[in-house]
Design a protein around this ligand. Structure first.
Ligand SMILES: NC(=O)c1ccc[n+]([C@@H]2O[C@H](COP(=O)([O-])OP(=O)(O)OC[C@H]3O[C@@H](n4cnc5c(N)ncnc54)[C@H](O)[C@@H]3O)[C@@H](O)[C@H]2O)c1
Length: 393
């Protein structure tokens, strides 16, 4: 396992999620050389770069024009993704983007085509699927611990209206719960069960919202988050598994994260897919529930620095690092553009099925291999922590 050439990388976008990416990309993965922070407002990029000790602060155009940068990590809200990803691909860079891929399925397809033509990689969030939680569940399924999965029940709830007072991007396209958070459940389901074949659904919009929080500086008094904020869908997977999916953003914020898969030999509960450390529990006939130990390393625990306010965002960046290793190895990356497109098509398919009252037949598909098991070593005071990174190579 010789040392790989590091990939010069720029982060684009300096908002809330950027801190965890910048810290992890600069310290957690030896394949990444984070050389620049970019933002439409360069002063903000300068601030972040100075705080994290990153060499350069740039505009988005500067990133496109820098021939040394190979990978752009796009951390802007979804409506801005299409233009930025396109610009980066046109300037010959690989891209890893935060969710959603784009807000429009046709535009995502166009980007996939452009990347294919230019032989460039796109990685798409969420990369929580590469975390210890989902990868442990996937390995257990592969090893047949609950037999063949015949069906499942999945549910996630939040008060998306209330959340949209603080997180303004939730008031825009891509802000409804199905896109903002449902995507983690879809991504985890397809990681565990493979591609979806058909979708049926009912949906409801967000209610029109009036300001509730006293101390938010939100200027608007009332708004309606676009898109489907309540979803009752049925997913038929290519494997034959049938899954009931309930996403509800018109309720309270006390999250009930339910992913329960029923197999011919047992039942599996998968923990919160919005984290890297959801526990996998297994129930076999005539037994008690047991929690599996993690078989994989990226469990979201901060082993790099003193505790930071953004630690709870976990191992984000692992998808970008896995992309970099994939480029060097000439293989497909796990959080691939095909995976991103398929997840997005499921969400769009839910809307179309609900609007037409008909079954939506999926046109996209994808393949993904399980990461090699690994763990963070704590020998010599954690000096050997690169063990987990071996699973990305
Ligand atoms: N905040 C979270 O908890 C969280 C968690 C997971 C994923 N994400 C995803 O990360 C992305 C960014 O989220 P965030 O919370 O950091 O957002 P944010 O609003 O805090 O920051 C967004 C950044 O993008 C820049 N930006 C906004 N519009 C732009 C445009 N049109 N062109 C160029 N730059 C633009 C802003 O200047 C800012 O630097 C989103 O895709 C979101 O879905 C956020």
């Amino acid at each position: 396992m010789g040392e790989q050439k590091k990939m010069k990388t720029a982060v684009i976008g300096c908002g809330m999620i950027s801190d965890i990416y910048i810290r992890n990309l600069s310290k957690l993965f030896s394949i990444i050389d984070l050389v620049a922070i970019a933002n439409r407002n360069v002063d903000k990029a300068k601030e972040k770069a100075a705080f994290f000790g990153i060499e350069k602060a740039m505009s988005i155009d500067d990133v496109a024009g820098d021939s040394e940068i190979e990978l752009a990590v796009v951390l802007t809200p979804a409506p801005a993704h299409y233009e930025i990803i396109k610009k980066m691909l046109e300037s010959g860079k690989h891209v890893y983007t935060e969710k959603m891929f784009t807000t429009d399925l046709e535009k995502a397809k166009e980007l996939v085509k452009l990347a294919d033509e230019k032989k460039l990689y796109i990685g798409v969030a969420p990369d929580t699927i590469l975390g210890a939680g989902t990868q442990t569940a996937r390995l257990a399924l592969e090893r047949g611990m609950i037999g063949d999965v015949t069906g499942g029940v999945v549910s996630i709830n939040r008060n998306q209206n209330l959340n949209s007072e603080l997180f303004r991007f939730l008031q825009e396209d891509g802000g409804a719960l199905s896109y903002d958070v449902g995507i983690y459940y879809i991504a985890t389901l397809v990681t565990l069960l493979g591609p979806v074949k058909e979708v049926r659904a009912f949906t409801a919009p967000a209610t029109v919202h009036s300001k509730e929080l006293l101390y938010t500086d939100e200027k608007k008094e009332s708004w309606q988050i676009p898109g489907s904020n309540v979803v009752a869908a049925s997913l038929c997977f290519e494997s034959g598994a049938l899954v009931s999916l309930h996403i509800n953003g018109n309720t309270i914020n006390s999250e009930q994260n339910i992913i329960m898969l029923f197999g011919t030999n047992g039942i599996m509960k998968v923990g919160n897919p919005d984290t890297f450390s959801g526990n996998t529990e297994i129930l076999l006939a005539e037994n008690e529930w047991v929690t599996l130990p993690f078989t994989h390393g990226y469990n979201g625990v901060n082993k790099l620095s003193e505790p930071m306010p953004f630690d709870h965002y976990g191992s984000r960046g692992v998808g970008a690092a896995e992309l970099a290793y994939s480029v060097r190895a000439g293989r497909n990356n796990r959080c691939s553009k095909e995976y991103g497109l398929h997840c997005m098509e499921i969400l769009k398919g839910i809307d179309i099925a609900a609007d037409t009252g008909k079954t939506y037949e999926m046109s996209s598909s994808f393949e993904m291999t399980t990461l090699t098991p690994g763990y963070y070593s704590t020998v010599f005071g954690g000096f050997g922590r690169g063990d987990a990174e071996c699973s990305l190579m």
